[in-house]
Design a protein around this ligand. Structure first.
Ligand code: MTE
Length: 319
């Protein structure tokens, strides 16, 4: 994904890429055995029991959280979980997408706190466990589009970033939000291996982008807490922007006046500009943005402006 230093590790190795015919026949086989129907039935029973359990006063909130019907497009085929959790960009560990998972064994994700500060009236530290038990948790099926022209559809669990912003009362001169990932070379080999990178990984949003209802503080996927390779225990998901804006494993959130410098923008500003909205009409020096390849099926689709979320965000960019 980044500049010229990186080998083309973005190709899915043959052994991970299930040919579509195999994938489809596996589904047909399971269906024949009645497994998909039974699975769906068991799933809905489990979900209703879970809702009842959570409704009891004082009950600890836990996964899976109910899916928000507004973000449950039945036309979106959920990406196979093993692909979404086995094909990752997480440069703190490695640039090889299929090796990230294996290299996370030393990464400690609990306890974990996120410190929120900068231009706010009420700076605070939040533990991830407290956030999960107190915030309005929900599941949302979102399209996710990487600048490398691959895509997936993932059920993420979290809560709108706007709810966290309200808690800290930003000052009027706060115009941008800067996010920062952990920096622990002893737990992640990528820091030493790519020591020329301007670590830690940072990203940012404009205040109105951060307040947009789509911007999700994410702690889970597929009805469970986030796996380490997908940014445990807490990340941001911004579905109308290229995936590198969806920063993983955050430890700090700062409210600032100036547009923050991000890791990718510092490395290659012509390839990874701050705004980075998904847009088939803005050419990229390395990857055509006209179409995208779905990571598990290999199917190709035309890229949609704002990744299909124009009804929520187009108004932010009409000057
Ligand atoms: N966040 C951190 N801290 N480090 C990273 O290397 N990679 C980004 C983004 N967030 C990255 C990160 C990129 S390029 C993409 S496409 C997505 O995470 C990938 O998320 P996924 O592995 O959950 O699919």
């Amino acid at each position: 994904m980044p500049n010229v230093i990186i080998p083309p590790g973005w190709r899915l190795p043959e052994k991970l890429a299930t040919p579509e015919s195999v994938y489809r026949s596996r589904r047909a086989f399971l269906k024949q055995l009645g497994f998909t129907g039974a699975g769906a039935l068991l799933g809905s029973i489990a979900a209703s029991q879970h809702l009842l359990a959570q409704d009891k006063p004082g009950a600890k909130k836990t996964y899976p959280f109910p899916r928000n019907p507004k973000f449950n497009d039945p036309k979106l085929r959920v990406t196979d979980e093993e692909f979404a959790t086995g094909y990752n960009n997480f440069y703190e560990f490695t640039t090889s997408k299929t090796r990230v998972k294996r290299l996370t064994h030393r990464f400690v994700i609990s306890p974990w706190e996120v410190e929120v500060g900068g231009l706010v009236e009420k700076p605070a530290k939040f533990s991830v466990d407290d956030l999960v038990s107190t915030m309005p948790m929900e599941e949302r099926l979102y399209r996710f589009r990487c600048v490398e022209a691959w895509s997936m559809n993932v059920p993420w669990t979290g809560f709108p970033l706007s709810k966290l912003i309200e808690k800290v009362s930003p000052k009027s001169d706060a115009k941008f939000i800067k996010f920062t990932t952990f920096f622990r070379p002893e737990q992640a080999p990528g820091f030493a291996e790519y020591d020329a990178y301007p670590w830690p990984y940072t990203e940012g949003l404009r205040m109105d982008e951060a307040m947009n209802p789509l911007t999700l503080v994410t702690t889970g996927m597929y009805g469970k807490p986030l796996p380490k390779q997908n940014g445990a225990p807490i990340r941001i998901v911004v579905p109308w922007k290229y995936g590198y804006k969806s920063i993983k494993s955050i430890v700090r959130i700062d409210f600032v006046t100036e547009q923050p410098k991000t890791l990718w923008e510092t490395l290659a500003p012509d390839e990874y500009p701050f705004e980075s909205n998904v847009n088939p009409n803005v050419p990229h020096p390395r990857w055509s943005q006209r179409t995208e390849r779905v990571i598990d099926t290999g199917n190709r689709f035309n890229t949609q402006l704002y990744n299909g979320y124009g009804e929520y965000v187009a108004k932010l960019y009409q000057s």
